[in-house]
Design a protein around this ligand. Sequence first.
Ligand code: J2J
Length: 545
Amino acid sequence: MSIAFSAWPAELAARYRAKGYWLDLPMTHILQEQMRQRPEAPAILCGERSFSYAQLDTLSDSLAAALHQQGLRTHDTALVQLPNQAEFFITYLALLKLGVAPVNALFSHQRLELLAYARQIQPRLVIGSTQHSLFANGDFLNELRDVAPSLHAVMLEASEGAQLPASCLRLADCLAAPAEGYTPTPTSADQVAFFQLSGGSTGTPKLIPRTHNDYYYSVRRSVEICQLSPETRFLCALPAGHNYTMSSPGVLGVFVAGGTVIMARDPEPLNCFALIERHQVNWVPLVPPAVALWLKEAPSHRARLSSLKVIQVGGANFAEALARRVPAELGCQLQQVFGMAEGLVNYTRLDDEPERIFTTQGCPMSPDDEIRVMDVDGQPVPQGQPGMLATRGPYTFRGYYQSPEHNAQVFDAEGFYYSGDLVEQDAQGYLRVVGRVKDQINRGGEKIAAAEVENLLLQHPGITHAAVVAMPDELMGEKSCACVVASDSALKPAALRKYLRAQGVAEFKLPDRFQFLEQLPLTAVGKIDKQRLRNALQASSSEQR
Ligand code: J2J
């Protein structure tokens, strides 16, 4: 049975097809095209290994065939967690061929996140890496089987000679097996191809069903705007599974254009500069804190960066003062990107005036992206005024997976999605992100749902109230602060961090600071007054300066 999801109304779907946005082709078409056009061109460079498009095709065929032999079938789901290496994309392509829809967990995710995803999609397949402590032995696999009785096969990426838990397949063995006569069976183009991860603002991490039609369009349109070509040499230094890294224009965009992806384990500047020089990288997406680190290191390494043409910056608020430094100090063009895994992506255009590029987060990529900027009473605000961003369009989703209650809160009757961002739109349609109404901390591009961490803290026997809020930070833009009322006066931050780690939450969600209070401030209706907490933290951080 195909995966149930909230589809677009027939009238809009017909429009998106008529305009040529939706091609009714599965995303496996990306690789087929390159097999026709440039099979021998290098698709991925990863450490000392190089993979041509033909090799990507053969390896993903082998993997798909091996998984098919294990009993996996079209419309199954998979939970995948792999580090930034070629295997991530080979696996993604193999699952597209098989018609198995994955959730690609970030490598920084831990037990709680993976279990939450497994509970929701009930995967038949888990693919992990022994480079991650969760998969170093069989304990976590047993936990996964408890929450997902559906689980049928487990495959692990492991170094040669490493011992695997009982009955696990080895990724390298499956990649080496011949695929004799394997024919791909992707899901149809209007079905779910995979699930993207929501940054989240609720207690449970939410999943975003993305169809072939909508995602493939978002990638093709991004390639057009970003003018990628077979000459593109793209540094993949942000987490490979993130929507930005994958699709804006991302690695999939490079594959559409026939260019080359160079894998980096993370955006650490010195390693990235060496890769840029060695492989003549000309395109790199970054988040704001990474740009700040690159700007710091660049003066002594300028010659190594001479191949760079474009640095994209997105994922979090990018200070105008830093934006202005990019062209002069990194010797390349800046493109600002304001996107979301739910869909809508805005870009500054390569030929925009520099002022526009420094001061806005771009405009929607599709002529059929519909944007409304709304006030709290549900009325559009006058142009140029701040308001809540609402959007729908040919690649913006229509509902989180299996979340009817939350969907009722974030969609209006016309199917517009309220992203929780406060924006201003100018006469040319360009957006500036000026704030946020969703209860989330944006820690340098990594999103933390306050409610998720609060729920965990409240399970601690020594805590009676908890509120997690953002506090300003020079490098990260924002860090998280947990304001807690403790019944146990001896409770220390170190003990709370240890407790949260033991719960299995990703490290980036651990509060950077704990503030112990006698009581939490309340609003007139008795809710925790987070704005007052934020203001107090802002005041105390400027006092420290
Ligand atoms: C301010 N806030 C921004 C920006 C995202 C491309 C680029 C980024 C993402 C992404 C993505 C911002 N300035 N330039 O998926 O395809 C904040 C907003 C937004 C949320 C989405 C892509 N760019 N943001 O960051 O799903 O609050 O996607 O709603 O992780 O990040 O987060 P996420």
